[in-house]
Design a protein around this ligand. Structure first.
Ligand SMILES: NC(=O)c1ccc[n+]([C@@H]2O[C@H](COP(=O)([O-])OP(=O)(O)OC[C@H]3O[C@@H](n4cnc5c(N)ncnc54)[C@H](OP(=O)(O)O)[C@@H]3O)[C@@H](O)[C@H]2O)c1
Length: 199
């Protein structure tokens, strides 16, 4: 294989991003996101996520996730923790200012503390695996505090136009990111779509 050919192959596999996620005690802000930046539709709608994701993706996260940290709104919308990655079982922590009215839920601990303390508790419980931040609100707070190791996104081929944004920070400064997938020198991802209804 020539140098040119090997570069093409490595870029193609990088774009597919099939490199398995590893369990190494990271704080991951992890979401499936619509192309226009929403992680939930209006009223926490999640039906648009059905059927997206490459084969083996869920199993990968079941294997590498040690604990989950979420917020009260997401919990109230989906209080059943087994909804996280199909069969994943493990400690779930929910930040709320009013834990006293949270329904007792197996495997779920309600915290009312500083976000940094919540991360410390979550990482401790994760036992060396990753702590997943399944909250846009908490992710933004942690990003501000420098406590996010990676932003881990699966971008779904859909435009929602309304709902809960990954990063809602009106008036805030832009946050520059470094692409971790091995895309060579590329700094912009180039994607092409057509509306599914169009020919
Ligand atoms: N697309 C995906 O892959 C995916 C995966 C999982 C979940 N989701 C969805 O993502 C959405 C996340 O919603 P969201 O981020 O807007 O809300 P959220 O984080 O679920 O809930 C926000 C609430 O959590 C509490 N909270 C946040 N920070 C806190 C702190 N520092 N201390 C104490 N309490 C705190 C506050 O509630 P109180 O003040 O009322 O206590 C706050 O209003 C949900 O709809 C969820 O279903 C999407």
């Amino acid at each position: 294989m020539s140098d040119g050919e090997s570069r093409v192959v490595s870029r193609t596999s990088a774009i597919a991003d099939t490199k398995p996620r590893t369990a190494d005690g990271k704080v991951l802000w992890h979401f499936t996101m619509s192309l226009d930046g929403f992680v939930a539709g209006p009223n926490h709608a999640m039906d648009w996520m059905t059927g997206v994701g490459r084969p083996g993706l869920i199993e990968e996260y079941v294997e590498t996730t040690g604990a989950v940290l979420g917020g009260r709104d997401g919990f109230d919308a989906f209080p059943e923790p087994s909804g996280t990655y199909g069969g994943w079982q493990g400690p779930v922590f929910i930040l709320t200012h009013h834990p006293e009215d949270a329904p007792p839920t197996d495997g779920t601990t309600f915290l009312n503390c500083d976000v940094a303390e919540a991360v410390r508790i979550g990482l401790d419980a994760a036992g060396g695996k990753n702590l997943e931040i399944l909250s846009a609100d908490i992710g933004r707070q942690l990003l501000e505090r420098g406590l996010i190791d990676e932003i881990d996104l699966h971008i779904a081929p859909v435009l929602l136009g309304d709902g809960i944004r990954l990063f809602d920070n009106a008036g805030g400064a832009p946050v520059e990111l470094v692409l971790l997938n091995d895309h060579g020198e590329a700094t912009i991802l180039n994607v092409r779509y057509r509306p599914a209804t169009a020919r």
